[in-house]
Ligand binder design. Structure first.
Ligand code: NI
Length: 169
């Protein structure tokens, strides 16, 4: 089921999410809804708090569903190791229509669990590293806006306020 995406500046996006301990059917249903919602947007990543659910679950597909074999569901993900740097334009489904250049590691190794609770690791570079870091940040209540210089952040926040006032958000 496609669910509405929570938009900035909703307080749900600023909360630290709770680790998943029950690998039950509700979790599988939530993951399914997150994938469906991400693909319909379309987007390449989505975190549970963006659907207003305060748990440590993210979904990622760097092809936005255009190719098979790229779909990732990560429960309780953690960046175990990272290296390098990249700075590219980045967006967020909770901050629609706006992008900014954000610095991220160029390579990450992420530890996570699958929907059955089995532990696994994945490595990613470039876009995959960026998306993984972006989505894992969501679980800490961190948005990419928080990674920008104060000047750039204030500029974008003012732009968003204007859009909200105009009823275009
Ligand atoms: Ni996001």
């Amino acid at each position: 089921m496609i669910r509405p995406i929570v938009k900035y500046p909703a307080p749900e996006l600023e909360e630290i999410c709770i680790p998943v301990s029950d690998f039950n059917s509700d979790l599988k249903e939530l993951a399914g809804d997150m994938l469906e919602t991400m693909y319909s947007a379309p987007g390449i990543g989505l975190a549970a708090p963006q659907l207003g659910v305060n748990v440590r679950l993210i979904v990622v597909d760097v092809t936005a569903g255009q190719e098979d074999g790229y779909q990732l569901v990560l429960v309780n993900p953690e960046v175990a190791e990272h290296s390098g740097r990249q700075k590219e334009e980045e967006g967020c489904l909770s901050i629609p229509g706006i992008t900014a250049a954000v610095e991220r590691p160029d390579w990450v190794r992420v530890k996570a669990q699958d929907l059955e609770g089995n532990e696994f690791e994945i490595e990613g570079n470039e876009l995959l590293a960026r998306v993984l870091c972006h989505e894992i940040d969501h679980l800490e209540g961190i948005l990419y806006l928080d990674k920008l210089s104060p000047l750039r952040r204030d500029l974008l926040k003012r732009k968003i306020k204007k859009l909200i006032r105009a009823g275009e958000w």
